[in-house]
Each structure stands twice: as structure tokens, then as C-alpha cells.
Design a protein around this ligand. Structure first.
Ligand code: IPD
Ligand code: CA
Ligand code: CA
Ligand code: CA
Length: 266
């Protein structure tokens, strides 16, 4: 598997931030934590990791724009390119000592995602994709699962933050999906949910109320693994709407249908 120079820059940035996260994960009880909103936390670990990624990426490409969760957006002089970064996706897991979190880095060119990296330092799993080049987990090429029926499928999802998203609407979606599938999972890191679908570990995923940095890299992982991904309306405005539905061709369509069923009577 040959990686482009740019993808290598992204991988090295993810590894460097991953080292910092691993150190902080070892002494998570000593971290300063602040609250951004209901059920929404940020720690020193998030901020340190973002600085590491930002410094690495902007050192390599100083003219590119930068959108990260924990700092102000940099517009960049380049115009065509933008990094989209979640330095620690899965902060709640991280702060509870649950090893399901990741560094997520995407590169956008003319509003299209052309490279993506999702790295879980706790499991040493590195997911990478470049447009036209396939998706890899470490050195292994990935393909989405082949199951065609929801009844055989394991679906991962996200529960909207307390202050964000619509819990009532989510419960209706969940109720419909639950009635059709073999199993539901809630892992707590959107970038890894998408990576798990790309890897064929889960057959599908849906979530709303997300931000661009949660999903930008994962969207390319799905596409390059032969999967289908759209927003909740079946369109391609995932980064703007913050909603995502993913799977292979069949499960993507079935999930879109099922999550749009009306509230059951009674
Ligand atoms: C969160 C995770 C989670 C999703 C939330 C996100 P964060 O990101 O991706 O799975 O359900 O909506 O905000 O805050 O841990 O980077
Ligand atoms: Ca956050
Ligand atoms: Ca996130
Ligand atoms: Ca984050």
C-alpha cells in the first residue's frame, strides 16, 4: 500500500497526537475538564492533541485552511484546501477510561474530501483512505460488509447530546430500527462508527446532530471501502447537516427508509 506524501503527513500527525492522548489516558483522573454544554466535555487532552495536529499539518502545508473542534477556524490563503480535524473523538469514553476514541483528520480539496485518517491509539488501529485508492486498516484493504438484509445486520448509532439534537425523534428512529435488525450498538465515537462500517464490523450506522469534524474522515473511509453514505435526507450535505446514514448499497437504503417511518400510533 503506497501512501501519498500528504497522507503520510496526516498519519504522522495522528500518531503524534495519539501518543499524547495515550499518556493522558493513563492518568485521566488528573486532567482538567471543562463543560462546553449539557453532556459535552473538553479536557486538556483534547486541546493538547489539537495543538499537535494543527502544528504538524500547518508546518507541512502553511497555506491550507484549518477547521478543528477546539480552536478558531483558520481560513488559509490557499482557497482550495482545508484540514478538518477532531483531535479527540469520543471524549466522554476517554474521560471514563473506555478505550474507544480516535484522532480524526480529513483533507478537503475544492469542497470534496480527498484523504482521511482515523487513529485509535488505544487499539493501535489506523484507518486511512485516499480518493480512488481504497480504505485500509493498518495494511489491510477494507470492504464494507455484504449483508443485504437488515434482519441479519448489526447497526451502530449515536445518541444526541442532551442539549443538541432531538431525543424524541431519535427514540422514534431507534424504535423502528430495533424492530428490524439483528443488533444495535452505541460505541460513542462517530469517526470509529464510520470506520467500523468501512471495516465490515458493523453493517450500517446512522446519527444526527454531528459536526463536520466528527465525520469528514469517516465519510471517505466508507466511500473508498465501497459503501454508501448520505445525510439523513439521502443527499450529500453531510458536513453541513451533521447527519449521516451509511452502509452498503442495500443497508444504506433500508436504514434511510426505516429511520424515516412516522411515529407509531399507540
Ligand atoms: C462526539 C462523538 C459521539 C457523538 C457525539 C460527538 P466528541 O464527539 O463522536 O459519538 O455521538 O455527537 O459530539 O465530542 O467526543 O469529539
Ligand atoms: Ca467534543
Ligand atoms: Ca467528535
Ligand atoms: Ca472531539
Amino acid at each position: 500500500m503506497a501512501r501519498s506524501a500528504l497522507l503520510n503527513v496526516m498519519v504522522q500527525a495522528a500518531f503524534k497526537a495519539g501518543k499524547s492522548l495515550s499518556r493522558d489516558f493513563g492518568e485521566v483522573q488528573n486532567l482538567q475538564v471543562s463543560v462546553k454544554g449539557p453532556g459535552d466535555y473538553v479536557s486538556q487532552a483534547d486541546r493538547k492533541a489539537e495543538k499537535i495536529v494543527k502544528d504538524e499539518l500547518l508546518k507541512a502545508r502553511p497555506t491550507y485552511g484549518f477547521l478543528g473542534e477546539e480552536s478558531d477556524e483558520i481560513k488559509g490563503t490557499d482557497g482550495a484546501h482545508r484540514w478538518i480535524v477532531d483531535p479527540l473523538d469520543g471524549t466522554t469514553n476517554f474521560l471514563h477510561g473506555i478505550p474507544q476514541f480516535a484522532v480524526s483528520i480529513a483533507l478537503e480539496r475544492n469542497n470534496e474530501i480527498v484523504a482521511g485518517v482515523v487513529f485509535n491509539p488505544a487499539t493501535d488501529e489506523l484507518y486511512t483512505a485516499e480518493k480512488g485508492g481504497g480504505t485500509f486498516l493498518n495494511d489491510r484493504r477494507l470492504r464494507v460488509a455484504a449483508r443485504k438484509e437488515l434482519s441479519d445486520s448489526v447497526i451502530t448509532c449515536g445518541v444526541p447530546h442532551l442539549g443538541r439534537g432531538n431525543h424524541g425523534k431519535f427514540l422514534v428512529e431507534l424504535r423502528h430500527v430495533m424492530g428490524e435488525v439483528s443488533g444495535i450498538r452505541r460505541f460513542g465515537a462517530a469517526s470509529l462508527d464510520l470506520a467500523y462500517v468501512a471495516a465490515g464490523r458493523c453493517d450500517g450506522y446512522w446519527e444526527t446532530g454531528l459536526a463536520a469534524w466528527d465525520i469528514a474522515a469517516g465519510i471517505l473511509l466508507i466511500k473508498e471501502a465501497g459503501g454508501w453514505v448520505s445525510d439523513f435526507d439521502g443527499k450529500t450535505n453531510m458536513l453541513e447537516t451533521g447527519s449521516v446514514v451509511a452502509g452498503n448499497e442495500y443497508i444504506h437504503k433500508a436504514l434511510l427508509d426505516v429511520t424515516h417511518r412516522p411515529i407509531p400510533k399507540g
